[in-house]
Design a protein. Structure first.
Length: 123
């Protein structure tokens, strides 16, 4: 297996930021371990040294602002978790979204007793 196919190769800074956001959302609620801290520092360093300069060379102000927002969110996560507090939220569209801000609708779907495949919703 050649090394070129082994690692993820983003096409631009937005693609890289989406991948970092996805990875961050996977581990942001996980218990804090040394391995997780090392991985977080590595990911944060990637954003600072690789993604942010590429976003600056692409000359798209929204991407520069998004990369800086990712750095702030990841540093805030680190300070909260090292203080022993929980992180209530996730990263969405390169911004912090609190768990309390998301609306959840309770919906119980039942199948009506008939020959049709219609379903009724009981809220």
């Amino acid at each position: 297996m050649p090394n070129s196919n082994r690692y993820y190769q983003p096409t631009n800074s937005k693609d890289a930021m989406r991948k970092i956001q996805k990875i961050f959302n996977q581990y942001c609620q996980a218990p804090l371990t040394n391995e997780l801290l090392q991985y977080h520092f590595k990911l944060l360093n990637q954003v600072k040294t690789n993604v942010l300069p590429i976003a600056k060379t692409e000359n798209v102000p929204e991407r520069i602002q998004a990369a800086q927002s990712i750095i702030e969110i990841m540093e805030k996560w680190l300070s909260l978790r090292l203080a022993g507090k929980d992180y209530h939220g996730k990263m969405q569209h390169f911004h912090f979204v609190s768990d309390r801000d998301v609306l959840h609708y309770k919906r119980h779907e039942i199948k009506v007793k008939s020959n049709h495949n219609f379903r009724s919703s009981r809220h």
